[in-house]
Write a protein that binds this ligand. Structure first.
Ligand SMILES: NC(=O)c1ccc[n+]([C@@H]2O[C@H](COP(=O)([O-])OP(=O)(O)OC[C@H]3O[C@@H](n4cnc5c(N)ncnc54)[C@H](O)[C@@H]3O)[C@@H](O)[C@H]2O)c1
Length: 305
């Protein structure tokens, strides 16, 4: 039987891309989103997609939107680093009540397949880079509000894992720095693009510039997620990302080059709690058949054009 899927956070950057992708493949999709960060105009018009405006924190909204579906992709969350510092209480409220409602409703409606969005943030400062899925998860300082987000994601994982007996397939995925068009402004790449675009002579980058990240283009993310959807195993966790690491300084230089500008680069202080290096070990999704297609240079050119 073809799956009927509830996508929470479905008008968000990644959620909307997932909805359009799965609807193109003929799946029937229901979206639950309060559109706080999501936008309905990201969703391509299709008879396969039904959008419900509602709150993941509200049991009845989740129940109503999950009725008639047999699979849940749970992505609703308050994303964007600045919000982790500015409204940590809300960040936790959405992630905690959200996952509790998703699990309770799935149990009630006997929905047997759930895919939960976690994050690379759960690794904080990993012991190993590239980091595989067995890395211990950490909250280094409960008083730093930044960890409201990763705390909520760790709780999401714990609740998913400890309720796994109610599901045929309970899968957790940990995205690592997904980028693409219209991704929202509170992320490294759009922040840099904005700075470079408006700069005349110089830009400031956060941190020393020697910090590294691995970015995955949204089209590659979708391929990886689809592979997990099709072949991912019950009670498993999968990193989604690439092993192509880049220093933030080099990332700024690539963007400056695409804009054909000559700008000097200086540094500014970074908020406390960030991590120096982040790069996933993606052996698990490679084994399932995932292969990255779009390089960082290509992806950046695509979004800047
Ligand atoms: N973008 C990344 O690189 C990245 C990395 C790691 C993890 N993730 C995770 O992937 C998922 C999608 O991320 P994204 O980049 O698309 O973020 P996003 O902010 O674009 O999407 C999240 C969606 O959740 C919705 N939402 C927020 N609060 C809600 C509420 N109370 N009720 C209903 N909907 C609500 C927002 O309106 C938004 O549409 C999130 O769970 C995020 O934590 C993303």
């Amino acid at each position: 039987m073809k799956k009927k899927i509830l996508v929470t956070g479905g008008t968000g950057f990644i959620g909307s891309a997932i909805c359009n992708f799965f609807s193109n493949k003929g799946y029937s999709i229901t979206i639950l989103d309060n559109n706080s960060r999501g936008k309905t105009n990201r969703i391509k018009k299709s008879k396969n997609i039904n959008i419900i405006k509602g709150d993941i924190k509200n049991y009845d909204d989740v129940y109503k939107s999950a009725s008639g579906t047999n699979c849940i992709f749970h992505l609703a969350a308050i994303n964007g680093t600045k919000f982790f510092y500015e409204k940590p209480d809300e960040v936790l409220d959405v992630s905690c009540k959200g996952i509790i409602n998703v699990i309770d409703v799935a149990k009630k409606l006997k929905i047997k397949n759930i895919f939960l969005a976690s994050s690379s943030e759960v690794y904080h400062l990993p012991n190993k880079i590239p980091t595989d899925e067995t890395e211990p998860l950490k909250i280094p300082d409960v008083f730093n509000s930044r960890y409201s987000y990763s705390g909520g994601k760790i709780l999401t994982e714990l609740l998913g894992i400890n309720n796994a007996k109610f599901f045929k397939k309970m899968v957790i995925f940990r995205p690592h720095n997904v980028y693409g068009k219209d991704m929202g402004e509170e992320h490294v790449i759009p922040e840099l693009i904005k700075k470079v675009k408006s700069a005349k002579t110089s830009i400031k980058i956060k941190g020393s510039g020697l910090e590294t990240r691995s970015f995955i283009y949204i089209e590659d993310f979708l391929e990886a997620f689809y592979v997990i959807f099709k072949k991912g195993k019950h009670l498993n966790i999968y990193n989604i990302g690439t092993e192509e690491r880049v220093k933030i300084l080099d990332l700024a230089k690539i963007i400056i080059k695409i804009f054909k500008k000559k700008l000097s680069i200086s540094n500014e202080k970074i908020a406390k709690g960030g991590t120096k290096h982040r790069c996933p070990d993606i052996s698990k999704i490679k084994k399932l058949g995932f292969q990255k297609k779009i390089s960082l240079n290509e992806g950046l050119s695509l979004i800047i054009k």
